[in-house]
Design a protein around this ligand. Structure first.
Ligand SMILES: Cc1ncc(COP(=O)(O)O)c(C=O)c1O
Length: 365
């Protein structure tokens, strides 16, 4: 089986995790936690990074840090993994769904402004599958309407917009280290920000708002959360981060191979990389158009018969039962491309022969 996207573990993971076990520093205190935060902040070129249990808790923490809650609206794409939308609900706010672009499949910045109301508090662009959202337009709207921007960069670590890493452009950026992400800690996440006040507040909220008194007792001024990542996982994160440049260039090379092998097939639309951005192709994806001989779902079956795992694009969240009544803009592009999109195998460990095997099935049809 050629899997969709599996981890790449080939560095100091064993060594660093063993160090935690040998020294008994397995829980959420320990040197690797600080080291992972500091090295990740340096990589993203931001002032502060805060580790979390997963990407979902990073997103919830971002909303809580910015005091977004009951009565507020957050503009978010519908074509995304459901996690960012759920976190809007966790804090009691309402998601408002915006369409995506036909070429990049990410939030259409030109359709955001029309959805703003006096209740809008934030925009939550999701950089899906590795392509950045048009952040200049998003930041311009946010500045004009005094809104926060929380980037969901969970799928686009190492992608760039105008030479800035995604996740470092908005007020807060969020990452996931789930097993299928560019780097993994098994489960884990990170919140990043260039605003020290937000960084300190996020750390405080994520560690049960704990203040240690002079006699060693704990004092809690307000309700906090336990979103901490244990040292064991941070150790793995440090090891994974050491290889991030290599992994990201492999992803881009693999995408070039896919583009080469799949170009010119009638009915197959290839992914794009808009000018001034760096697409990281976290999941290399294509659209199966109407003039391809079989449907998208039949292609998924055909690939499966050939031992190849693929996945259809995310179903739109605004069509899911908990979100059916939420406000949306015109969703015509989302509604169309979710029927056509397919993610192809994209592991860092994928070799040229395997990429050829996948493309051969698509070509043969
Ligand atoms: C776009 C998006 N946002 C958020 C998440 C949540 O991350 P996690 O699974 O680490 O909670 C994911 C998936 O993993 C995702 O794909």
């Amino acid at each position: 089986m050629i899997p969709l996207c599996v981890p790449e573990i080939r560095g100091n993971e064993w060594k660093y995790i063993r160090e935690c076990l040998d020294t008994n520093w397995v829980s959420s205190a320990g040197a690797f936690v600080d080291r992972f935060e500091n090295e990740f902040a340096r990589y993203l070129n931001v002032k502060k990074a805060v580790v979390t249990m997963n990407g979902t808790s990073a997103l919830e923490l971002a909303l809580r840090t910015l005091n977004i809650g009951v009565g507020d609206e957050v503009i978010v794409s519908s074509m995304t993994f459901i996690s960012p939308v759920n976190t809007v609900k966790y804090v009691g706010a309402e998601p408002v769904f915006v369409d995506v672009c036909r070429d990049t499949w990410v939030m259409d910045a030109d359709k955001v402004e029309e959805l703003i109301t006096p209740r809008t508090k934030a925009i939550l662009p999701v950089h899906i599958y590795g392509h950045p959202v048009d952040m200049d337009k998003i930041m311009d709207i946010a500045n004009r309407y005094n809104l926060y921007v929380i980037e969901d960069a969970t799928e686009s670590l190492a992608a760039e917009y105008k030479e800035k890493k995604v996740g470092s452009i908005g007020h807060i950026g969020c990452f996931s280290f789930n097993g299928n992400k560019l780097i993994t800690t098994g489960a884990g996440g990170m919140l990043v920000t260039d605003d020290e006040r937000f960084g300190e507040r996020a750390k405080y909220l994520s560690t049960q708002t704990k203040t240690v008194l002079s006699n060693g007792g704990f004092y809690h001024e307000e309700i906090g959360y336990n979103f901490r990542m244990p040292n064991l996982l941070a150790a793995m994160g440090c090891a994974q981060l050491e290889n991030i440049d290599e992994y990201s260039s492999i992803k881009r090379n693999n995408a070039n191979l896919y583009n080469k092998f799949l170009s010119g097939i009638k009915g197959i639309t290839l992914p794009v990389e808009r000018e001034s951005v760096k697409n990281i192709y976290w999941l290399y994806s294509i659209l199966v158009e109407e003039d391809y001989p079989i449907s998208r779902d039949d292609l998924i079956l055909k690939l499966k018969e050939n031992g190849i795992q693929s996945r259809p694009f995310f179903l739109p969240v605004h069509k899911m039962p908990p979100y059916k009544e939420c406000k949306t803009g015109d969703m015509s592009v989302t509604d169309d491309i979710v029927k056509r999109g397919i993610n192809l195998p994209s592991s860092v460990g994928l070799n040229e022969n395997e990429i050829w095997q996948v493309c051969d099935v698509i070509k043969d049809i």
